[in-house]
Write a protein that binds this ligand. Structure first.
Ligand code: XMP
Length: 518
């Protein structure tokens, strides 16, 4: 586990709806200081009660000059808490403390040369000139009294201001994006030099802190979680079990829609290696019966989601006095669920989760990962000692293989897909590609075509192979797999999997296609 924590300092990031708020949180954690994002309208009493070691105000889509512009409680400015405003945050500070602002005639977007005009600890170690990323409409014309102008760009005379004694700073450029050369340094300077927070936070400290918090919240209550085999639920469950041990029961539902050997591996790993209390539920027949006759992709997803919740509820009801439900919600999920329906776009697919359960079962939610990103969760998984296969497992859809068996979902067709999929997975992993595709799998289509095997005619199914590169699954490109690898995959599938006589490789990006075929 990481080095011991010498400080429990938390930096609170007041989110004004910036595109990059999560990146700010990340940069702060990369400076070895713990941070959390909170909504900008969090009441002052709540903020103060958390005793933040510093506060950062993010950018945002609004103009501070608009009548209903979101703001901060003025007590923040007199509290003595070190404060850094970024973009909209800077403009708020300037507006609230008596500076002068204007809606610019020429909005500034993209790279600019940042020039330091006055020495200050905020810019310690930053070259006189560096590239910075700008994106703003409003501009500060004059700083509030007591504030010095620290930096400029060609188009923006006031790109950074500071009141050193009061420990209040504002920058117009985006410190959090990689294109801003001095970004990391400015954030680190603010945290370590201005706010005097030691760089002592490690992911290991996150474990200690979470375990203590969960223990406090749960007391001697009983906790359940749904284990899927995925990294998020695994890390969340492991953290909770560190805190409350056997008070946690992990329900693992075998839907029969998992990959080859997956159900057995998940149960063995979590029970025998991680020593979690597992409640395995064999619901294979039940899911098959529920899916019988359904061929429409959306109907399949909805049926599986409902069935999953029904099984989970029944199993949970067998456990006495359950009060809490653990979920592996990540920061991007938190943000997505906050997005107003009008902005969320059209629904493409119904993703399945156990979202409605806490209210229905009157359970309290424990979401220990809600401040983290996927790659941070993976690191945390390693810190917690989870097996590599669990931590680095590729994403897998909630409805499982049902959305990769196009058309009717039957036990036989699932078996065919599992065999083909195992070949795809084994061959791609054995090829040790660098980088390895983000996700790779087989899809069983209902399409039949003519072939010849030995001296006989065949009329059998087509399997599609899908391998993609992606950062986050939101957009994707098809992976340029070596021809020799594709050849091995194709030959093996046709030779080894009964009922398949043709293999196609999916060369569509997302958009316009999606990653999964259904
Ligand atoms: P799509 O097909 O929407 O997939 O382009 C994007 C990513 O999400 C995964 N996926 C799901 N994940 N529940 C999940 O947790 C689901 O219902 C689901 N459907 C798709 C997909 O595998 C890809 O990584």
């Amino acid at each position: 586990m990481g080095e011991p924590e010498t400080s429990t300092a938390t930096v609170l990031i007041l989110d004004f709806g910036a595109q990059y708020s999560q990146l700010i949180a990340r940069r702060v954690r990369e400076s070895n200081v713990y941070s959390e994002i909170v909504p900008h309208d969090t009441p002052w009493e709540e903020l103060e009660a958390r005793k933040p070691a510093a506060v950062i105000l993010t950018g945002g889509p609004e103009s501070t000059l608009a009548a209903d512009a979101p703001g901060v409680d003025p007590r923040l400015y007199t509290s003595g808490i070190p404060l850094l405003g970024i973009c909209y945050g800077l403009q708020l500070i300037a507006r609230d403390l008596g500076g002068e602002l204007v809606r610019s005639a020429n909005r500034e977007f993209g790279p600019a040369t940042l020039e330091i005009v006055r020495e200050d600890p905020l810019f310690a170690g930053v070259p006189q000139q560096s590239r910075a990323w700008m994106s703003h409409g409003d501009t500060v014309l004059a700083p509030p009294s007591g504030f010095a102008v620290l930096a400029r760009t060609q188009q923006c005379e006031i790109a950074a201001i500071g009141a050193r004694q009061r420990r209040i700073y504002g920058v117009q450029f985006h410190t959090e994006v990689v294109h801003t050369e001095a970004g990391k340094r400015v954030i680190a300077n603010f945290l370590h030099d201005v706010a005097e927070i030691p760089p002592s936070w490690r992911l290991g400290s996150f474990v200690d802190r979470s375990v203590a918090e969960i223990r406090e919240e749960v007391g001697d209550g009983r906790v359940i979680c749904a284990l899927s085999g995925g990294v998020d639920s695994a890390v969340a469950a492991t953290l909770v079990s560190r805190a409350v041990g056997d008070q946690l029961s992990c329900i693992f539902v075998d839907t029969g829609l998992l990959r080859k050997d997956e159900a057995a591996t998940v149960v063995a790993t979590f029970r025998d290696v991680l020593h979690l209390r597992i409640v395995p539920v064999d619901a294979r027949e039940r899911f098959l019966a529920r899916l019988s006759g359904i061929v429409d992709p959306e109907e399949k997803r909805i049926a599986i989601g409902h069935e999953f919740i029904a099984v989970f509820e029944e199993e949970a009801a067998r456990l006495p006095d359950v009060g809490f439900l653990v979920q592996g919600t990540l920061y991007p999920d938190v943000i997505e669920s906050k997005t107003p329906a009008s902005k969320a776009g059209h629904k493409i697919k119904s993703h399945h989760n156990v979202g409605g359960l806490p209210e229905r079962m009157s359970l309290r939610l424990i979401e220990p990962l809600r401040a983290l990103f996927k790659d941070e969760v993976r690191k945390l998984g390693h810190v917690l000692g989870l097996p590599h296969a669990v931590v680095e497992r590729q994403p897998f859809p909630g409805p499982g293989l049902a959305v990769r068996v196009l058309g009717d979902v039957t036990a036989e067709r699932l078996e065919t897909l599992r065999a083909a999929d195992a070949i795809v997975t084994t061959e791609i992993e054995a090829a040790e590609l660098d980088p390895r595709p983000w996700q790779y799998f087989a899809v069983l289509t209902p399409l039949q075509s003519v072939g010849v095997m030995g001296d006989g005619r065949t009329y059998a199914n087509l399997v599609a192979v899908r391998a993609i590169t992606s950062e986050d699954g939101m957009t994707a490109d098809w992976a340029r797999l070596p021809a020799s690898l594709l050849e091995r995959i194709s030959t093996r599938i046709v030779n080894e999997v009964p009922g398949i006589n043709r293999v196609a490789y999916d060369i569509t990006s997302k958009p316009p296609a999606t990653v999964e075929w259904e």
